[in-house]
Design a protein around this ligand. Structure first.
Ligand SMILES: O=C(O)c1ccccc1N[C@@H]1O[C@H](COP(=O)(O)O)[C@@H](O)[C@H]1O
Length: 214
């Protein structure tokens, strides 16, 4: 049994949710950012979350969402974790955690070593940190761009909370990313898609197997 935690993000169909759960994904992400090609409606999200409940942690990904929007997702979808992928300040993360009564995972955008500094502020308030690549100039999406960064930046990172490596991972590079970074958790979205926004069950299975080394 591998200790590597795997999150498959941006699932939007029942067959790919089933593939992720059967493959042993530890977390499954549902996207609530309308500009994303992986965006799901609340009713789609409820169905997908019901499939995952008790099998994997349900992660609701939002970007600078207002409290009413978060509460609506929380009431209907009942996620375990809110992934905050915008410019939410540490105080906002703390408030969301208390108000929603869920865990929070804060995304920290990385391009160079100096970008890791802000992780220390979120380390105090978040349950998880997720280091994703900074979006390329002009991108409409703050994540999910299939872009990676120097994985060695995460080596020996001294944080209290668990953290994930994200950005540009796929079944072919995830082992090397784990080796270079020393992480114990990885996250993927576009690397398990056959075209933008369309997840592929075989690619999901290959990614989970590669990440977990099975
Ligand atoms: O996937 C998206 O569309 C997205 C939109 C807005 C914020 C975050 C998003 N995705 C997150 O980014 C990581 C990395 O994506 P990728 O593997 O490089 O495509 C993804 O796992 C999501 O957590």
């Amino acid at each position: 049994m591998s200790d590597m935690k795997v999150k498959i993000c941006g699932l939007s169909t029942e067959d790919t949710m089933e593939a992720a759960l059967d493959a042993g994904a530890d977390m499954v992400g549902l996207m609530f950012f309308p500009k994303s090609p992986r965006h799901v409606t609340l009713s789609q999200a409820c169905r997908l979350a019901d499939m995952a409940r008790g099998k994997a942690e349900i992660v609701a990904l939002t970007v600078n969402m207002d409290p009413d929007g978060l509460s609506r997702i929380n009431e209907l979808v009942k996620p375990d974790i809110f992934q905050l992928h915008g410019t939410e300040a540490p105080e906002a993360c703390a408030a969301i955690k208390v108000m929603q009564g869920t865990k929070v995972m804060k995304a920290v955008p990385v391009a160079e070593k100096a970008d890791l500094e802000q992780a220390h502020y979120y380390d105090i308030v978040a349950d998880w940190l997720l280091f994703d690549a900074k979006p390329p100039p002009g991108s409409e999406l703050p994540g999910g761009n299939g872009v990676s960064y120097d994985w060695t930046l995460l080596k020996d990172l001294d944080l209290q909370k668990p953290f994930m490596l994200s950005g540009g991972l796929d079944a072919d590079n995830v082992r090397e990313a784990i080796r270079q970074s020393g992480v114990t958790a990885v996250d993927v979205s576009s690397g398990v898609e056959r075209e933008k926004g369309v997840k592929d069950a075989d690619l999901i299975r290959a990614f989970v197997a590669a990440a977990k080394g099975v």
